[in-house]
Design a protein around this ligand. Structure first.
Ligand code: SF4
Length: 60
């Protein structure tokens, strides 16, 4: 599931964060089998309050 060269990705996890090491090079999806979503707010009220804690910065 994590092989970028064959364009495999998890169609259940749509993601547009191209800067992430787990982002598919082929489409706007995540290549992980699962992710963890967290919040940085004490009382989240909108989607901007949530984060993907599985994010890892792409290395150049
Ligand atoms: S780990 Fe999170 S931020 Fe990274 S590609 Fe997957 S869903 Fe997107």
């Amino acid at each position: 599931m994590n092989d970028h060269s064959t364009c495999s990705y998890n169609k259940s996890i749509e993601c547009t964060v191209a800067q992430c090491a787990y982002h598919s090079a082929c489409d706007n999806y995540c290549t992980l089998d699962k992710i963890k979503v967290t919040t940085h707010e004490s009382n989240p009220t909108m989607s901007q309050c949530t984060d993907c804690s599985s994010f890892s910065a792409k290395k150049n």
